[in-house]
Design a protein around this ligand. Structure first.
Ligand code: SF4
Ligand code: SF4
Length: 136
């Protein structure tokens, strides 16, 4: 079997790519805020979960890309479970994180960079997870 590296379709806008990766349709969101009300990480977010969707609806992707929220989301899927419109915000946020990784191109985490970025308190699972995310 020939294994090919998956590369993004650069002809599509990043918003279209996010929709494709996540399989979510942001226009379904009615801004009821139930996702935010149930989010266990909202206190540490600079943009609340329902606001993430609103910025995506308005095409203001950079506001989301620059936010702390996408890194503070714990991918717990509480928002998806609570949403009356079946919008899965956790998948959308993961797709936004992937957009940032794609923007970085080949300038990703290398093995030699790791010792300077970890300390004794970092869980091993976080190190493995970082490699999965940044070293593909
Ligand atoms: S719970 Fe669903 S419909 Fe309500 S604001 Fe969140 S994503 Fe939108
Ligand atoms: S998946 Fe992220 S945004 Fe959704 S409830 Fe959990 S922490 Fe909040």
């Amino acid at each position: 079997m020939i294994r090919e590296k998956m590369v993004p379709d650069t002809k599509k806008s990043e918003l279209e790519q996010i929709a494709e990766i996540s399989s979510q349709y942001v226009k379904d969101c009615i801004q009821c805020t139930k996702c935010t009300a149930g989010c266990p990480a909202s206190a540490s977010m600079d943009i609340l979960p329902h606001q993430v969707i609103r910025f995506l609806q308005l095409g203001q992707l950079d506001k989301v890309l620059e936010s702390k929220t996408i890194w503070n989301c714990a991918s717990c899927f509480t928002c998806a479970a609570r949403c009356p419109k079946n919008v899965d915000l956790a998948k959308l946020i993961e797709a936004v994180r992937l957009t940032i990784i794609r923007r970085a191109g080949n300038n990703r985490l290398k093995t030699d960079d790791v010792p300077g970025k970890i300390d004794d308190n970092m869980p091993q699972q976080a190190i493995v997870s970082a490699f999965r995310k940044y070293n593909k």
